[in-house]
Design a protein around this ligand. Structure first.
Ligand code: 5GP
Ligand code: ZN
Length: 113
């Protein structure tokens, strides 16, 4: 997708603070962090959101395996963290390239997220 900011982050056209990368996935710090640790995990391939993922596509397990690696690498695996995926308008998805927020580094509330 030529006009997608997260495609541009994935291919290096737009700079970001990357914390993890492999063949399929890249993770970088959110520009507007909502917690001491706020990382976005994205597939390098463009999907608008989870509604584009088909049954036998392994991208979601690859993303969650990356989250596992990032939690251990960044050292918040033991204290815990939250993963958030906004899908569509009512969820407030603002960037239409599938992404998973990792929120960590403080005690998170027991609210909806
Ligand atoms: P959404 O609301 O779509 O779930 O989350 C989009 C997230 O992307 C927001 O938390 C926002 O701060 C982040 N974001 C938007 N543009 C950029 C950017 O150019 N670079 C980085 N690192 N984060 C961005
Ligand atoms: Zn994209």
């Amino acid at each position: 997708m030529s006009d997608c900011i997260f495609c541009k982050i994935a291919n290096g056209e737009i700079p970001s603070t990357k914390v993890y990368e492999n063949e399929d996935v890249v993770a970088f710090k959110d520009l507007n962090p909502q917690a001491p640790i706020h990382i976005l995990v994205i597939p390098k391939k463009h999907y608008n959101n989870v509604l584009d993922v088909e049954e036998n596509d392994s991208i979601i397990s690859k993303i969650y395996y990356a989250i596992n690696k990032i939690a251990k690498q960044e050292g918040f695996d033991k204290e815990g963290f939250r993963v958030i995926n906004n899908c569509g308008e009512n969820a407030g998805q603002t960037v239409m390239h599938m992404h998973f927020h990792i929120i960590a580094g403080k005690k998170l509330g027991e609210g909806i997220v």
